[in-house]
Ligand binder design. Structure first.
Ligand code: C2E
Ligand code: MG
Ligand code: MG
Length: 739
């Protein structure tokens, strides 16, 4: 076995060695060898080295002369054909290949002998056809002296590559069929955000061809407002956090905005560099719409479209946290429409609703986009104003300006169904900064300020101030003390005489007193409003009713007292209870009293709140027992003639504020006169409270008011003193001298 002509130049050898280390001998290497062989044909040393190298090559290397007789093959040749190398050398090519293979290769052989370089692939079975391999064969013509002397054969087994290619092709086909059959939009992107692959759904969704998408970036696809968010979230992708879920809006082929959820998986190289992003996105527009609807239901007021109380509480919590970070002031505005109830009742509820909607619009127009306007319920609105700067004075000034703007706007006339309606609002403002106050505390403060605005005459703005704060604390203390008072039986009833126009006692009003162990006697004007804010008033009311009935029972045994009618004050909460009538009836039965001796005093606000309820309860009371109803503090509310006509009352009680000035203030005098006339028209009894002077009494008598209550006759007295008063009553000529 002799290699035709062998190079010795070390440079050429090095080049060849370099390439064989890669286990593949390239055609150009062979030409180099051939060139080298021309130069130094007889170098035996080199020939041995090269032969060794070639024997270690997995590729088959051989040389056939122009008669197609073999001059050289390496070991791989012999191995494949299952014969010793020495048997091949000197053989004709057709003897080695066999007839079939020779015929197949003949065109290449002939071309090579014509001096043309040949490369072809062939699947060749081995000698016993037990295996086959995929080979890549090169025929390299050997030119010497301007003629082809033969050709080199280099045949490399590329079966593994071919197999890998087939597997890859199958896997690619499987991947394609998988991703194309999906309803999701699937894409692959380079790290720079340009597409490498998009599926059919993707193309259809965005109205682009695959060719248009490949190479372009994802940015034009995303809804412009969400671009930054997507960029920020993608930037969070890392090798330790390769999957990033992003929900954002996109623009579909038809230009519609869709909500999509993308699951993006980053593929990283060994150095941790992002090389590819695989993205699967699905349309979640329906889910988003449903979520929005639920959100609206949960957080919006259905009438006005404003936020509701729940949303406001959430916002307020966030606003406090934000303010704590930025140290910027904010303000909470509480608004209540003045006299809305009257408008609602006189104009009808649908007009009332229209008014509320218009109010909501006007408030919205007065505030900035960042501010929150909510409807608390009924005619109460709340505005949360944020970012008022870091200076308290400046912030307060700005809050005042906003509140004043709203007040002025809401005081403008309203056109509701062609009717001009006038309304106004009372606004309470509480300024906050950071977490120094809790949400509940802030709401309480704004609410209190609002009540101050109301007390101050309505249609005005009031700020919460520290004085008010003290009041809040006292109130809180009072409330906890009231619980103790109930258990410790610290309450007692005082009785204030009521007389007729002949100064004869006709009854009394039961007025509660709290005998506090440390603070002494506490007026109901002080603690009843506090009790009314909680369920405490119900327990107190129960006690008063029971105690009053017990007293009527005691009186019934005394001749002078048995005809007295005892009036009991009933609070709103107490009256609104579904079982109120049963409560009264059971107290009457418990003490076995004559029900006509009991009179219930309701205030205007209770009576007007739900007229139908008052009628129903009064009917029950009348049928069952015959208890009478008196309307307390008449004239201070918004009662009008039409209400009086509908309400099932027995008596109205002229408020002491009118009585006080009847002799000095003309308009009060007119008012009292009108009330008396009106009551007579409706066949109602009238009683005047707060009668302190003879002059007041004379005026009332003159105008046909026939019942009175006031200091002129007696102050409210503890039962023992009241009994004494009654005992001496009739002995003295002037009862006013008795107390
Ligand atoms: P009211 O029902 O209007 O009671 C009349 C108030 O006027 C009483 O005040 C009485 O002491 C006072 N008064 C009577 N005559 C005169 C007078 O000539 N001059 C002046 N300046 N005042 C007079 P009081 O006892 O402090 O009660 C205040 C309010 O507390 C009552 O007003 C009533 O609304 C409420 N209240 C009292 N007791 C009860 C009760 O048992 N239950 C409920 N729910 N409220 C009660
Ligand atoms: Mg009263
Ligand atoms: Mg009164």
């Amino acid at each position: 076995m002799k290699f035709p002509s062998i190079p010795t130049a070390s440079t050429h050898l090095e080049e060849v060695n370099a390439s064989v280390t890669h286990n593949v001998i390239l055609p150009e290497d062979l030409s180099k060898i051939s060139t080298a062989s021309n130069q130094i044909a007889d170098s035996l040393l080199s020939s041995t080295v090269i032969q060794k190298v070639l024997d270690y090559l997995p590729s088959m290397v051989g040389y056939w002369d122009k008669d197609l007789k073999n001059c050289f093959v390496n070991k791989a040749y012999g191995l494949w054909f299952g014969v010793d190398v020495s048997q091949i050398v000197g053989q004709y090519i057709w003897e080695l290949l066999g007839e079939d293979l020779y015929r197949q290769n003949l065109p290449y052989i002939q071309a090579a002998l014509k001096g043309e370089f040949q490369a072809f692939e062939r699947i060749i079975p081995n000698q016993d056809a037990s295996q086959s391999r995929h080979s890549l064969t090169h025929y390299i013509p050997d030119f010497r002296n301007g003629e082809v002397q033969g050709f080199f054969v280099l045949s490399t087994d590329i079966s593994a590559i071919k197999e890998a290619e087939a597997v890859l092709r199958q896997s690619e086909a499987r991947f394609r069929s998988l991703v194309q059959d999906q309803t999701e939009v699937i894409s692959r992107l380079r790290a720079d955000g340009t597409y490498i692959f998009v599926n059919d759904v993707y193309c259809r969704f965005f109205g682009k061809t695959e060719a248009e998408m490949i190479g372009s970036t994802w940015k034009p696809v995303v809804y412009p407002e969400d671009l930054q968010q997507v960029q920020d979230e993608l930037a969070m992708m890392s090798r330790s956090n390769p999957v990033v879920m992003i929900e954002n809006r996109v623009l579909s082929a038809s230009g519609e905005v869709h909500w999509m959820q993308f699951s993006n998986r980053g593929i990283f190289d060994a150095d941790g560099q992002l090389i590819e992003i695989q993205s699967v996105g699905r349309d979640i527009s329906d889910r988003k719409r449903a979520e929005e609807e639920i959100q609206n239901l949960a957080y919006k007021d259905s009438l006005t479209g404003l936020s509701n109380r729940r949303y406001l509480l959430d916002r307020l919590q966030i606003a406090l946290a934000t303010s704590a970070r930025s140290m910027q002031y904010g303000a909470l505005l509480f608004l209540d429409l003045d006299k809305f109830k009257v408008i609602n009742d006189t104009q009808g509820h649908s007009d009332g609703d229209l008014l509320l909607i218009e109010v909501a619009n006007r408030i919205n127009a007065c505030v900035r986009e960042v501010d929150t306007v909510a409807r608390q319920g009924g005619d109460e609105f709340v505005v949360l104003v944020e970012r008022l700067g870091t200076n308290l004075e400046e912030a307060s000034r700005m809050a005042a300006k906003i509140a004043e703007n709203i007040r002025v706007e809401l005081a403008e006339p309203y056109q509701i169904n062609q009717i001009n309606i006038h309304s106004s609002s009372s606004i309470g403002v509480s300024v906050f900064c950071g977490h120094d106050k809790s949400v509940e505390e802030l709401i309480k403060r704004a609410d209190m300020a609002m009540y101050q605005a109301k007390d101050g005459g309505r249609n005005r703005v009031r700020f919460f101030d520290p004085e008010m704060q003290k009041l809040v604390e006292v109130r809180a203390l009072l409330e906890s003390d009231l619980h103790i008072a109930l258990k410790a039986e610290q309450f007692e009833l005082h009785y204030q005489l009521q007389v007729d126009h002949e100064n004869q006692p006709i009854g009394a009003e039961a007025l509660i007193r709290w005998v506090h162990p440390q603070r002494g006697m506490i007026s109901p004007a002080h603690f009843i409003p506090v009790a009314e804010e909680s369920a405490l008033i119900l327990s107190i009311g129960d006690w008063v009713l029971d105690e009053a009935c017990r007293q009527i029972a005691v009186w019934s045994a005394h001749e002078k007292m048995s005809n007295l009618v005892l009036a009991v004050n009933i609070s709103a909460q107490q009256f609104k209870q579904a079982h109120f009538v049963e409560q009264v009836v059971s107290a009457i039965r418990k003490h076995g009293i004559d029900p006509t001796r009991l009179k219930l005093e309701l205030t205007e606000s209770v009576a007007l709140d739900d007229i139908a309820d008052v009628i129903a309860k009064k009917n029950l009371l009348r049928q069952e027992v015959g208890v009478t109803l008196s309307l307390d503090d008449f004239g201070t509310g918004f009662s009008s003639l039409s209400y009086l006509k509908r309400l099932p009352l027995d008596q109205i009680k002229i408020d002491q504020s009118f009585v006080r000035d009847i002799t000095t203030d003309k308009s009060d005098a007119v008012m009292v006169k009108t009330i008396i006339d009106m009551a007579q028209n409706f066949s109602l009894n009238v009683i005047a409270e707060g009668v302190e002077t003879e002059a007041q009494l004379a005026f009332l008598k003159q105008h046909e008011c026939k019942a009175y209550q006031g200091y002129l006759f007696s102050k409210p007295l503890p039962i023992e003193q009241f009994d004494v008063l009654m005992k001496h009553y009739g002995c003295a000529t002037d009862i006013t001298k008795l107390v």
